[in-house]
Design a protein around this ligand. Structure first.
Ligand SMILES: *Cc1c(COP(=O)(O)O)cnc(C)c1O
Length: 413
């Protein structure tokens, strides 16, 4: 009987005699067939998460923050599941449109939108989240009818890494509580603007509902609006620390919104990470294993064929990960440091994880890499970006191909 892998792996995964499968596909076979590094995604997990959010929101709207995993196949799944989509640039807007989203299900964000990006979004019929007075000036100059929300910085500090905190006083995003009334006045009086309501997003990887409730209290002082977009930010488990369930978290959000903003409002939430993170894993090949003796102990470096080019999160936010070898999951291991192949000492994927006798040629897997990983991939050291494979019922489907060396210099003039 295959055992279900630990809580870090997709629901649609199993471990049989130490061998990991994702969506019914043997992980070692995936690595052989598609090469490494490889992003493997359990499609059923994306759909299950989307349905969980929709059920928890009831009548409300669930908007996928596309920056978490911006590729056509992922957007199509969420389009099919009835979600809306958040975009933060002209490029993400073009992706959402080509993936099949109609304008009424697209929301444009950003603290530095160009006049062209605003016009493209208005022409597509998307909602615009107005972030600053310059947005209002640009939309004024455009003069075309636009559906707008106002982003408010509620002045709360959520308990998360400073780099993913966005709702505190002094944030670069949104209008402060002091500026918001003038923005509301200008957009209420602008003949081209249809002001739906207010928007907030206080940060990411949030475990605790309290700061979020304080934020809703703060925006409730700004008046009574038909629509409120409450942002994203639900945490996921990367290690042993577990967040509240989607049902609990969203249920709580909706209940406090009803209490603090009044019932009958059009509510939206914008999860990114919580929709995609745990559906994805990254597969690597171990290239070298090096033991280094230090005065205070031994360090074993396990070096893989990727690193900061395919997962920047550990370097940007000290994001913690764990790893396994795909054919001996659950075997007792010794502490190892997993490093990448890049010419930077900071190219450390995992400071410490236990691996069972790692050796070159082994396939190593890092779970919970379905959010902000593919999205931040780059070509440092001339490493082509990895492909994305969807795994479902034992079938593996390539949805993004691996970059080629020709792609790397294809823009050189
Ligand atoms: C990034 C972002 C989100 C999604 O955040 P997650 O932590 O991935 O849920 C939602 N709304 C806005 C405005 C964002 O910038």
């Amino acid at each position: 009987m295959p055992a279900t892998a630990s809580h870090l792996y997709p629901h649609a995964s199993s471990v049989d005699d130490g061998r990991l499968s994702i969506g019914g596909c043997d992980a070692a076979d995936l690595a052989r067939e598609f090469g490494t590094p490889l992003y493997a995604v359990a499609e059923d997990d994306l759909r299950a998460r989307a349905r969980e959010f929709r059920a928890a929101m009831g009548e409300g709207e669930v908007i996928f923050a596309s920056k978490a995993f911006p590729c056509t196949a992922v957007l199509r799944v969420f389009e099919e599941e009835g979600l809306s989509v958040d975009v933060a640039s002209g490029g993400e807007l073009a992706l959402a449109t080509s993936a099949g989203f109609s304008g009424d299900r697209i929301i444009l964000h950003g603290n530095a939108k160009s006049a062209r990006e605003l016009e493209a979004a208005v022409d597509a019929g998307a909602r615009i989240v107005v972030d600053n007075f310059d947005d209002i000036d640009k939309l004024d100059a455009l003069g075309k009818p636009a559906n707008v929300l106002i982003r408010v910085t509620p002045g709360v500090v959520a308990d998360t890494h400073a780099a993913i905190l966005t709702g505190h006083a002094g944030s670069k995003f949104g209008f402060s509580l002091a500026q918001a009334p003038l923005a509301i006045e200008r957009l209420t009086n602008a003949p081209w603007a249809d002001l739906h309501g207010l928007h907030m997003h206080i940060g990411s990887q949030l475990f605790d509902l309290e700061p979020w409730r304080l934020a809703v209290e703060a925006i409730a002082t700004l008046g009574d609006f038909p629509a409120y977009d409450l942002g994203g930010g639900l945490a996921v488990a990367y290690t042993d620390r577990r967040p509240p369930s989607v049902t609990e978290f969203v249920g709580n959000m909706v209940a406090s919104a009803n209490e603090l903003l009044g019932t009958g409002k059009r509510l939206s939430i914008e999860p990114g990470r919580a929709l995609t993170a745990s559906a994805g894993v990254t597969l690597y090949t171990v290239e070298s294993v090096k033991d280094v003796d230090l005065p205070d102990g031994n360090v074993r470096f396990v070096a893989v064929d990727g690193g900061m080019s395919d997962n920047l999160r550990p370097m940007l936010y000290d994001a913690p990960y764990q790893a396994d070898l795909v054919d001996r999951v659950g075997a007792a291991g010794t502490p190892c440091t997993v490093v990448g192949k890049h010419c930077e000492s900071g190219d450390v994927l995992i400071r410490e994880t236990a691996l069972h006798e790692p050796k070159p040629g082994d396939v190593l897997v890092t779970p919970v890499t379905g959010a902000y990983v593919y999205a931040m991939a780059n070509n440092y050291n001339g490493v082509p970006r990895p492909p994305v494979v969807f795994c479902k019922d034992g079938e593996a489907r390539l949805v993004v191909r691996r970059e080629t060396f020709e792609d790397l210099h294809g823009r050189d003039v």
